[in-house]
Write a protein of this length. Structure first.
Length: 463
C-alpha cells in the first residue's frame, strides 16, 4: 500500500534532489560558485536532452510544415539594430530603504496586478514599494540585458559583438535561405534550439531564470489574414505538448498579455504559465509578431524578405507566430510536476514520476544477490536492453536502496533477476508508479518495455 504525501514539492527539495542525484550543480562550485549559473550532470543532461528531443519530435518530425535550423550565437551587429533589441532593456528599480535590493519594475507591477499578497501589501494607490522591506524605490533605470564581447584582437567599437539574447533573430535573418532551399511556402515554420544569454537583473529560483539558458523557438510564417487562426493553433498545440508529457492540466494556464505588457513587436501574446513552487510563472510565450521582424530586417539589410507566389505572382510579407519556450524552465517544470513523496509499507520514498519518454534512464537491471549466477544473467539482459534504450545495471547495496535510487531519478521500470531466474528464466518487472510486479520470461523484457515506452501514459497523480 502506498499513501501519497500531499503537495510535497518545494524548490528546496528539487534543488537538493538535483544535487544528490547529480542532475544539476552550481557552476564553478570549487571556486565558491558563479551566481545563478548551473551545470548539468549525467541525469540532468539526459533529462534536458529528452525534453528537447520531444520538442523536436512534436514540432518537426510529426509535422510537415516546420524545418530545423541551427544559427550561430554571434550575429552581425546590425541584427540587433534592426530587431529593436539593441535597446533590449529591463526597467531596474532599487530599494532606497533598508534592504537595497534590486527589482524589475515590470515584475513588481505584474505581481500587484495578479494580487500577489506581499507585493500588494507593500504598495498603495499605484505606488510601488520594496516587497522585501517596504522601502521607497528609485526611479526606474533602463538596464541593458545583452552581454557584450569583441571579435578579433582589437577591442574597439568596430569589433563589438553581442551574445544573442534570443534565438529568434537567427531564424529571421535566414528566412530567405530557408524559403529557397526547403521547398516550403507559408504557412510554414523554422524551429531552432540553442543557448541565449541575458544579463538578468533578478536571476533566481534555481534554473527558472539564469543568465545563460537554452531556448526552443519556432517562427511560423503565415499569410497575414491567417495570423489569428495560427496563433490559436499554436496555443493549443503547445498546451497539449506539456500535458501529453505528463504535466497536470490544472498546473498550467494560458494568460493573455494586457495592452501595457505587450512587447514593441507584438500585437498579441499569451504566456503558458506553470504552477511553480513560487506561483504561476511563465513557461513559454506565444506571440503574434505581425510583419515587424521581416520588415525591419528587409529595411536594414536591403534584401527583399517576402513571399512571392510563382503561380499568381502575389507577393506579401508573411506574418509571424512565435512559440518561444525555455528548455531549462521546461525541464524544471517537468521535474516539479513529477516530484512525489509517499509512504510505502511504513517507509517514505521520493519518486520522480516522469513521463517514460522524458525519464533519463528507462530501465534498471538488478540482480537480487551478487552471487549464484544472478549477476551474469542480469548483465546479459542489461547488455541486450541498452542497445534499445538507456538502461542501468546496479548490483551494489540492498535491493531497497537500489530501488530508492532509481525512483529518485525517475526510472519507470526495474527488472530483478533472482534465484527463480536461474531456475526457470523468468524475471520480475517492477513499475515505478503502481509498484506492480509482473513475472515474465527474460526474452520478453525488451519487447514489453518497447511496447510500454510507445504506449500512452497518464500522470498517476491524475487519479
Ligand atoms: P521574463 O518576462 O520572465 O523575463 P520574457 O517574456 O522576456 O521572460 P521571452 O523573451 O518570451 O521571455 O523568452 C521565451 C522563453 O525563454 C521564456 O518563456 C522562458 O521559458 C525562456 N527564458 C527567457 N528568459 C530566461 C532566463 N533568464 N532563464 C531561463 N529561461 C528563460
Amino acid at each position: 500500500m502506498s499513501t501519497p504525501i500531499k503537495d510535497a514539492v518545494t524548490m528546496e527539495k528539487i534543488v537538493a534532489l538535483c544535487k544528490r542525484r547529480g542532475f544539476i550543480f552550481q557552476s564553478s562550485e570549487i571556486y565558491g560558485g558563479l551566481a545563478s549559473t548551473y551545470d548539468y550532470g549525467h541525469y540532468g543532461v539526459l533529462l534536458k536532452s529528452n525534453v528537447k528531443a520531444e520538442w523536436w519530435r512534436a514540432v518537426v518530425q510529426e509535422r510537415d510544415d516546420v524545418v530545423a535550423l541551427d544559427a550561430a550565437i554571434l550575429m552581425h551587429p546590425r541584427t540587433w539594430e534592426a530587431s529593436g533589441l539593441e535597446g533590449f532593456t529591463d526597467p531596474l528599480v532599487q530599494c532606497l530603504g533598508k534592504c537595497k535590493r534590486r527589482w524589475r519594475e515590470d515584475h513588481l507591477r505584474e505581481a500587484v496586478a495578479k494580487g500577489e499578497a506581499q507585493a500588494e501589501a507593500r504598495s498603495a494607490e499605484g505606488e510601488l514599494h520594496c516587497p522585501e522591506c517596504g522601502g521607497d524605490l528609485s526611479e526606474p533605470r533602463n538596464f541593458n540585458l545583452m552581454f557584450e564581447t569583441h571579435m578579433g584582437p582589437v577591442q574597439d567599437e568596430g569589433s563589438r559583438v553581442f551574445l544573442r539574447p534570443e534565438t529568434a533573430q537567427g531564424i529571421f535573418v535566414n528566412f530567405k535561405n530557408v524559403l529557397q532551399f526547403s521547398r516550403k511556402r507559408p504557412p510554414f515554420g523554422i524551429a531552432q534550439v540553442g543557448k541565449s544569454f541575458r544579463n538578468e537583473i533578478t536571476p533566481g529560483n534555481f534554473i527558472f531564470r539564469t543568465r545563460e539558458f537554452e531556448q526552443m523557438e519556432i517562427e511560423f510564417f503565415v499569410p497575414p489574414a491567417e495570423a489569428g487562426r495560427w496563433h490559436e493553433h499554436w496555443m493549443e498545440e503547445r498546451m497539449r505538448w506539456y500535458t501529453e508529457l505528463g504535466i497536470r492540466p490544472d498546473h498550467l494556464r494560458l494568460r493573455a498579455h494586457g495592452p501595457d505588457e505587450l512587447s514593441h513587436y507584438s500585437s498579441a501574446t499569451s504566456d503558458i504559465e506553470y504552477l511553480f513552487p513560487m506561483g504561476f510563472s511563465e513557461l513559454e510565450g506565444i506571440a503574434n509578431r505581425g510583419d515587424f521582424d521581416l520588415t525591419q530586417h528587409a529595411q536594414y539589410s536591403r534584401e527583399k524578405l517576402e513571399y512571392v507566389d510563382s503561380a499568381s505572382g502575389d507577393r506579401y510579407v508573411p506574418h509571424v507566430i512565435e512559440p518561444s519556450a525555455g528548455a531549462d524552465r521546461g525541464t524544471l517544470a517537468f521535474m516539479v510536476d513529477a516530484y512525489d513523496e509517499e509512504e510505502v509499507e511504513g517507509r517514505e520514498r521520493v519518486v520522480l514520476r516522469l513521463h517514460p519518454r522524458l525519464a533519463p534512464v528507462k530501465v534498471a537491471v538488478l540482480p537480487l544477490v551478487n552471487k549464484d549466477g544472478q549477476p551474469e544473467l542480469a548483465r546479459d539482459l542489461y547488455q541486450d536492453l541498452r542497445r534499445r534504450m538507456p538502461a542501468e545495471y546496479d548490483a551494489g547495496g540492498s535491493i531497497g536502496k537500489r530501488y530508492r535510487r532509481q525512483d529518485e531519478i525517475g526510472t519507470p521500470w526495474g527488472v530483478t533477476v533472482d534465484h527463480q531466474t536461474v531456475e526457470d528464466g523468468t524475471v520480475t518487472l517492477r513499475d515505478r508508479d503502481s509498484l506492480e510486479q509482473t513475472r515474465l520470461r527474460i526474452g520478453e523484457v525488451g519487447g514489453e518495455l518497447a511496447r510500454r515506452l510507445g504506449a500512452e501514459w497518464r500522470s498517476p497523480k491524475l487519479g
